[in-house]
Design a protein around this ligand. Structure first.
Ligand SMILES: Cc1cc2nc3c(=O)[nH]c(=O)nc-3n(C[C@H](O)[C@H](O)[C@H](O)COP(=O)(O)OP(=O)(O)OC[C@H]3O[C@@H](n4cnc5c(N)ncnc54)[C@H](O)[C@@H]3O)c2cc1C
Length: 473
């Protein structure tokens, strides 16, 4: 390798000499890539096409030893550093401009111990990797709803999806994690080992170190789950969203129903006359016994006069990937998010007005249904603070051309502002874009102070700052 000019935390450049780069390369199981090398572009390309940054050096890690080497190089030279798991974060924090990118995507193992109902998962694994390996044994981990998302970033921010109301958040199922700290040491974090670090990484994001292995507990699920979509004309949206709330408020933990508002995509099971028209989609799953599910879902499925109802038994692995075709990488994306206890009538009016002015055919508003087991964990037990929300809205703006940036981002911000008076004030860090650093203290609420203190202990110089950053107290 020839010498490389790499950006430091102070935004100046430092020249790393060829001897040092060659020594690094020789010591890695993975690869060190400069901008001219193969693998460089693959590592720096992430889900959100708005992000087009060029790191000075990429270390594509194969194991904890590679991560320790990369952290040592960053510390020695004071390099700006970012960490990539699955590359899905909307804020694009996985890729830094000019600095050192630590790419964990090659570390994709998932090993399952079926008798102990446990899995060890590498930080490069996607949710699909976890689902496939665990479902081979009829087991599952509660994660998110898009199977190409990385397990690492999702877990460190909290993690919720179709199984959360039944089995808790992803962090509630974390038994231990191996963490490379800013000092370059590998520590075990669990209830027993470094419990403060274990508390902080369950919701505090990538602020405290680089996780090189996750150990999770698993639950029996499937292989078939009663699940699917019920699609309504948008004209009936207020009526349906008003009537579904008392049903959801009294629902068993096994029942989860997310609402999606968008223009109907041209999917084969949606009548062609509806393609491109605004619809309300209720996406639902019953994670318990199939016969009980038919009864439990009947009231929800009986609301209004749906255009189509495709709820039936589906393989759990397939249901986990049901939204993948609408969430492919390569589009420009901007998100805004709020937590809610209930969806007030006046708020629904604002939501409905916004859907009437959707800026593009791929834009949508998701309202996740949470609660259940997630809400029974006390707020101080993990860094994830607000467990009492019942809904999380994600304004998911998605488009193709840079010329549309202003209009699409402006639409999302406008709805976000209009919804704020009805929201709880908390938010999910994993749904926040890169322009919301002023929201961090409020988002972590009563856990913020302790997070700052733990940050000071494990990363006093804020080496891990390319994230929704918690500064050392
Ligand atoms: C289409 C889509 C659907 C989604 N749906 C859901 C959902 O249903 N539920 C949900 O909970 N979330 C969901 N998310 C949000 C998701 O949780 C975040 O985007 C998350 O950051 C993705 O993790 P990643 O590893 O892919 O991210 P990356 O972009 O690779 O990483 C994000 C950040 O996490 C940190 N990080 C990553 N890996 C490590 C590590 N091993 N050690 C330390 N820090 C690390 C770094 O700070 C990094 O900047 C969705 C995202 C997308 C794009």
């Amino acid at each position: 390798m020839t010498e490389l000019s790499i950006q430091t935390i102070g935004a100046t450049k430092v020249v790393v000499p060829p001897d040092e780069l060659n020594a690094l390369k020789a010591s890695l199981r993975g690869a060190a890539c400069s901008p001219a090398d193969s693998g460089y572009d693959e590592a720096r390309t992430i889900w959100n096409a708005m992000i087009d940054r060029r790191p000075g050096l990429v270390v594509r890690c194969q194991g904890a030893a590679d991560v320790m080497q990369a952290v040592a190089l960053a510390r020695k030279h004071g390099l700006a550093l970012s960490v990539r798991g699955g590359g899905h974060n909307i804020a694009g924090s996985a890729v830094c401009e000019g600095g050192l990118l630590i790419d964990l995507s090659p570390m994709r193992w998932v090993t399952v111990d079926p008798s102990a109902r446990r899995a060890n998962v590498g930080p490069g694994a996607t949710l699909a990797d976890v689902d496939r390996e665990t479902q081979a044994f009829g087991l599952a981990l509660p994660t998110g709803i898009n199977s190409t998302t990385g397990i690492a970033g999702l877990t460190l921010g909290g993690g919720f999806g179709w199984l959360t109301r039944k089995f808790g958040m992803t962090i509630d199922n974390l038994i231990s994690a191996d963490v490379v700290t800013a000092k370059g040491e590998l520590l075990r974090a669990s209830e027993k080992d470094n419990p403060d670090l274990f508390w902080a990484i369950r919701g505090g994001g990538g602020n405290f170190g680089i996780v090189t292995n996750f150990e999770f507990k698993l639950h029996p699920v499937g292989p078939q789950v009663l699940s699917g979509l019920v699609i309504h004309p948008f004209a009936d949206a207020k009526n349906i969203l008003t009537k579904y709330q008392p049903i959801l408020a009294n629902a068993p933990d096994e029942l989860t129903c997310w609402a999606v508002m968008r223009k109907a995509p041209p999917l084969p099971f949606i009548p062609a006359a509806w393609h491109g028209k605004e619809v309300l989609i209720l996406a639902m799953i019953w994670s318990g016994d199939m016969a009980d599910g038919e009864k439990a879902m009947a009231e929800l499925r009986g609301l209004g006069k749906p255009i189509v109802d495709v709820v039936s038994p589906h393989p759990f692995v397939g249901w986990q990937a049901a939204f993948d075709p609408l969430l492919t990488p390569g589009a420009r994306n901007y998100w805004k998010s709020h937590d809610f206890e209930r969806l007030d009538g006046a708020f629904l009016d604002k939501l409905i007005d916004a859907v009437k002015t959707l800026p593009g055919p791929e834009c949508e508003i998701f309202i996740a249904h949470i609660g259940g087991a997630m809400s029974r964990v006390p707020a101080g037990d993990t860094a994830y603070p607000y467990r009492k929300a019942h809904f999380i809205m994600n304004v998911h703006t998605r488009w193709r051309e840079a010329s549309e940036d202003r209009g699409c981002i402006g639409w999302a911000r406008e709805l976000f502002q209009a919804a704020a008076p009805y929201a709880l004030g908390s938010a999910y860090v994993n749904f926040m874009p890169d322009d919301e650093s002023d929201r961090i203290e409020m988002v972590y609420g009563s856990n913020f102070k302790r997070l700052g203190e733990i940050k000071r202990k494990y990363d006093p110089d804020n080496l891990f700052r390319s994230n929704q950053n918690i500064k050392p107290a």
